[in-house]
Design a protein around this ligand. Structure first.
Ligand SMILES: [Fe+2]
Length: 274
């Protein structure tokens, strides 16, 4: 097994490993590399669905995605990304086609538990575009201006699926649309590394807790330019049979889009709770 950094600050590319038959030593090395690099790209995997879900279970507890209509019928913990990008009338279904665009972490709104990680497996990759971008949010926390960082101590942000605009809410069943917001510290200490990450999620953000709407909006606007910067990004160009897993507690990601609607971009996805 070879583990090489994917960029200066986030991501590592792993080659020479079959994840379905790891030794305990390889697993320990891989898990530590994941904590260190936040995102792992493991090349050339060949998974059945049970093997893909079995790998996820080594990282944590599997949870079916709240979006029920893209769950696999036989394996509800498996979400199939990129199917049915066109509606019955032939028009683009932007909720599916543009799913995951805009910087975010997965599951800050999840009332069922702490969203630890997300894993994807690339089955069909378009000829152009369709990248996934990642950002190191430890680096974002470290780069905050000192006075802003001081004021963020003790501040919590509240999240609902799709944020205050409820973007993508049409993907949810009606009974899943109005859950109580979930609050997280903006300066969040990672339970395994002990490091502090900037935990902020523009896509699912509702408001900062215990503030007037005006104060919350002003703080969000002040924080916005410090969330994501090119210095701590990695842009992943997918290959077929890439396996990618990221740590939602200390990284943000975004689907870049930019691929032709005629082409297929199919991934398996599993959501992993602590
Ligand atoms: Fe996502």
């Amino acid at each position: 097994m070879r583990i090489e950094p994917a960029s200066a600050t986030v991501g590592a590319i792993v080659t020479g490993l079959d994840m379905t038959r790891m030794t305990d030593a390889e697993w320990r090395q891989l898990y530590q590399a994941w904590l260190d690099h936040l995102v792992l790209i493991v090349r050339d995997q060949d998974f059945t669905v049970p093997q893909f879900l079995g790998v996820a279970e080594r990282f944590g507890r599997l949870m079916p995605h709240v979006v029920r209509r893209t769950r696999n019928a036989q394996y509800p913990q498996l979400t199939e990304m990129g199917l049915n990008t066109k509606k019955a009338d032939g028009k683009v279904d932007t909720s599916i086609f543009a799913r995951g665009q805009g910087w975010h972490t997965d599951g800050p709104w999840d009332w069922r538990g702490t969203c630890k990680a997300t894993q994807l497996y690339g089955l069909e990759i378009p000829s152009v575009g369709g990248d996934t971008w990642f950002a190191n949010m430890y680096a974002a926390a470290e780069a905050l201006p000192a006075d802003l960082r001081e004021r963020l101590k003790g501040v919590k942000a509240e999240y609902v699926y799709g944020g205050h605009a409820r973007k993508g809410n049409d993907l949810l069943e009606p009974e899943d649309r109005d859950h109580t917001p979930v609050a997280w510290p903006v300066l969040r200490v990672h339970p395994e590394t002990g490091r502090t990450a900037l935990y902020i999620n523009p896509t699912h953000f509702l408001r900062f807790a215990d503030m007037t709407p005006e104060a919350s909006d002003a703080l969000f606007d002040e924080l916005a330019p410090h969330m994501i910067k090119p210095d701590w990004e990695y842009h992943h160009s997918w290959r077929v049979h890439d396996y990618v897993i990221w740590d939602n507690r200390c990284s943000n990601h975004a689907a870049a889009g930019g691929y032709p609607i005629e082409e297929r971009r199919i991934h398996w996805r599993a959501t992993i709770l602590e």
